[in-house]
Design a protein around this ligand. Sequence first.
Ligand SMILES: Cc1cc2nc3c(=O)[nH]c(=O)nc-3n(C[C@H](O)[C@H](O)[C@H](O)COP(=O)(O)OP(=O)(O)OC[C@H]3O[C@@H](n4cnc5c(N)ncnc54)[C@H](O)[C@@H]3O)c2cc1C
Length: 479
Amino acid sequence: MSVTVSGPLPDEVYDVVVVGAGVVGSAIARELARYPLRTALVEASGDVGEGTSKANTAILHTGFDAVPGSLEARLVREGRDRLAVYAEECGIPVEPVGALLVAWDEDQVAALPALARKAARNGYRRTRTVGADELRRREPHLGPGAAGALEVPDESVICPWTTTLAYATQAVRGGVDLHLRCRVEAVTQGRAREPHVLGTGRGPLRTRWLVNAAGLYADAFDRFLGHTDFTVTPRRGQLMVFDKLARPLVSHLLLPVPTALGKGVLVSPTVYGNVLLGPTAEDLDDKGATGSTAEGLEFLRERGRRILPRLLEEEVTAVYAGLRAATGQDDYAIRAHPGQRYVTVGGIRSTGLSASMAIAAHVVELLAEAGTRTGRAADLAPVTMPNLGEAAPRPYLRAELIAADPEYGTLVCHCERVSRGEIRDALVSDIPPSSPEGLRRRTRALGGRCQGFFCGASVRALFDGAESGTRAPGTEAVR
Ligand SMILES: Cc1cc2nc3c(=O)[nH]c(=O)nc-3n(C[C@H](O)[C@H](O)[C@H](O)COP(=O)(O)OP(=O)(O)OC[C@H]3O[C@@H](n4cnc5c(N)ncnc54)[C@H](O)[C@@H]3O)c2cc1C
């Protein structure tokens, strides 16, 4: 088990290197850990899940609205089933809230049966039409004019941060080397049976097989190997997070009836007890443009006011934006290039979290078909992730845990009820955070309504203490 963040890379030749430790690359590395292969997962930033995977709408989709017959439709459907089971096994927070596609006029009501038929073509047959009266009973705070809905009972919300971390942790414990702060800047393709040599900021890395899971940069990476068949256009999605006091206003995921312009703006509960409003859909040419804009937020407020007027009276806890890897094509761009011992996992657009485990299984199949000698798969030792969700008791509520270790009863972040014990555990975990932001994704500390105003200094001291191996003032040693 090895996680490195600096220094030269191992001299050995890996069997497979996966580039990009988002939810997709981490899922692939986890799947490869089941085989007797020397595998490395390499990531440009200092942490896993730092790209698109940290900033999405956090829905575990059923795939009811995918393009029937597409690879994406199959992988979302299979991925959803796999991830639902996996989440249960390792404690990833999931809430099966169900979705209502709300129709706001008679034309939209008339469109619902076709959506139900599309869902059935995608293998999802549990949709049901809901009349205006029932809709109003189930979602009493909907704005005026809600005329009916299509219910999709198995749509769920999930914790995207814990999902990526669970995959990467299990991969690392299963023997995969994780090399962070290791951007691949060039590839020298190995001839015949010679390994490929990856030029990285930390020196060369050699591998027989290569998997490109570089997210927004999968097109640029493909160019290293001479492929130009898709281009990633970042499609920004801005979102607003409303305070927990807004949570009783909504019980289901409220989705719009989709149009030719996309899935549109939704209102969604989160597993952390907030309410999300978003996302926008803006095609940009800057892969780093994750800022929010006044126009984007005003657009969301206007849409939100129609869907759930009372939501707009609640306080906003945070705003954020993520970038989808749109390619202008209606499907994922997952391609094997056996002659180059290379697999591209590109164009993982707005469903990659849901599909991640099925994408991983598909990629390993492609590698095996292309000639990778994978050997026999074995079960991985299970992982148990810290619970960040509101649906199960958090540590501050667990008397037996606090009795055994009082650090779980000492709150540091009062908005999100995060204890010093949880922060300590995250700081000494197999893949420790590289920043307070990474610590937030592992514990929820700093993520509440004060956005770190009250707890920021204490959290920072704990983080810095762990970084330097010293004790933060007024705290127990954390490492
Ligand atoms: C607004 C929004 C809402 C969404 N909602 C949902 C949803 O509700 N449900 C759902 O299932 N999906 C959703 N998605 C989609 C989902 O978030 C993505 O499909 C998924 O996160 C993509 O993961 P990834 O691993 O491919 O990419 P990323 O998470 O971006 O990971 C790629 C990684 O590769 C690294 N990298 C790039 N180039 C290099 C290099 N040369 N060397 C080393 N490392 C490199 C990057 O640093 C990055 O960490 C949403 C996306 C957005 C933006």
